[in-house]
Write a protein that binds this ligand. Structure first.
Ligand code: RNT
Ligand code: ZN
Length: 415
């Protein structure tokens, strides 16, 4: 143990906070690592551009172009990310046998066996899954599950049901439940003539997907709302109100992506609202800069607030955490690591807060002390505890040297 850590520990102890307990708790919080940061959300089943109102910008060299390269990159990134890690996959990352021309509606569990083998070999704690309802020719006029075209709806319903089977398979194989999250890009660029019709069709499609049945002890189904996307500015079918009501009435989960709300709307404030009603909630942690830009997460205020709401409400086991961003303008592995570490840092920050005292100040209306203590606390030696945590996880504090070596030895050869 370093001298610096000992001093930090003593300092936190003055506030009644145990740094050892915080490190132990942090180490056990699973974070699902999104596979799509490694290849700019390309996937393996289409060659076309990314669509659906989401965009990865930049052309930094070294993008993973296939399963082997993506696995190599994820494994390396994981070697620099502390804590318990899960893997978050999209259906578009199916590994099909050569010559298999089946479409997304026929996606099968066996296509994910190579991922299961990889995850087990890497010691990942589980796999989460997402049907992929974008970047595909069956997204017609920008619509999927809410399309007025019955054939389009049927295709995507079948896709989602196939994904339920894959999610069950992943849960069986990994021995931990799988979160299956549905996000659709459906919406309109300009003022719609009918706002209700698409939502009723989406509701009906979701009903049909859930009616297919799935093992609830193995799979949690979540729906991810959004306010708008690029090219889909005026109306989004899967809005926050729509999905919150749908999830509440149908016993499924809400997934909150903190890039998916108006800029002054805070996901940190939504977490306790949902905790009052739901056993479980899911998060996509990202960083929106002026819009849902999916920048790399940094150790910033809103991420800290999100972490605080999870920790101080004893909701660590109730909130399923995934990271979700895609930056193609910098080294993609560094992007993964910086973002995952920022979320871990925020969780550590939250775990080290004197939450009992702060709550007492609030309950006793001691606003002056509440403000002063919250501010003073920001100056405590968090970095020393963070470095000790990394040391115990066997990871370097400054990881750029490893990234640069990997870039020279592996990424730069991908031409
Ligand atoms: C899009 C959503 C969605 C995607 C991934 C690829 O705005 O955030 O979660 O980022 O599914
Ligand atoms: Zn998301």
């Amino acid at each position: 143990m370093s001298e610096l850590y000992d001093l930090a520990s003593a300092k936190y102890a003055m506030y009644g906070v145990d740094t050892e307990a915080a490190i132990t708790a942090l180490k056990a919080i699973p974070i699902s690592i999104h596979c799509w940061q490694g290849d700019d959300v390309q996937g393996f089943d289409t060659t076309g551009a990314l669509s659906g109102g989401i965009q990865a910008t930049g052309n930094y060299p070294g993008r993973a172009r296939n399963f082997d390269e993506l696995c190599e990159d994820i494994a390396f990134a994981c070697s620099l990310m502390p804590g318990v890690k899960r893997l978050n996959l999209h259906a578009s990352y199916a590994v099909k046998p050569a010559g298999d021309l089946s479409d997304r509606d026929e996606v099968k569990p066996e296509y994910f066996r190579p991922w299961v083998d990889f995850a087990k070999k890497q010691g990942l704690a589980g796999i989460d899954f997402n049907p992929t309802l974008f970047s595909h020719p069956m997204v017609k006029n920008g619509l999927t599950l809410s399309s007025p075209d019955e054939e389009v709806r049927a295709f995507w319903i079948k896709h989602c049901i196939s994904c339920l089977r894959i999610s069950e398979y992943l849960a069986d194989e990994m021995g931990t439940p799988c979160l299956m999250n549905i996000w659709i890009p459906d919406g309109f660029k300009d003022v719609p003539a009918d706002r209700l019709g698409p939502r009723l069709r989406l509701k009906d499609s979701l009903d049909k997907i859930l009616a297919a049945g799935y093992d609830k002890s193995k799979v949690s189904v979540a729906v991810e709302s959004k306010v708008f996307g690029i090219g889909i500015e005026s109306y989004t079918v899967g809005s926050s109100e729509f999905y919150m009501n749908y999830a509440a009435k149908n016993g499924i989960c809400c997934l909150l992506d903190n890039g998916h709300y108006h800029p002054t709307e805070m996901v940190s404030d939504k977490i306790p609202s949902l905790l009052a009603f739901y056993d479980k909630i899911a998060l996509h942690v990202t960083r929106g800069v002026r819009w849902d830009s999916d920048h790399v997460i940094l150790f910033e205020d809103e991420v800290k607030e999100i972490a605080k709401e999870i920790v101080r409400n004893d909701a660590i086991g109730k909130v399923m955490l995934s990271i979700d961003y895609f930056d193609a303008s910098i080294n993609r592995i560094s992007a993964w690591v910086t973002g995952q570490r920022a979320l871990e840092e925020a969780l550590l920050y939250a775990l080290l807060l004197p939450n009992r005292d702060l709550r007492k100040f609030q309950d006793e209306a001691r606003w002056t002390e509440l403000m002063a203590l919250q501010e003073q606390y920001k100056m405590l030696p968090l970095g020393a505890v963070w470095e000790e945590y990394l040391r115990r996880e066997g990871m370097p504090v400054w990881y750029m040297k490893a990234i640069q070596e990997y870039e020279a030895g592996v990424l730069s050869k991908r031409v």
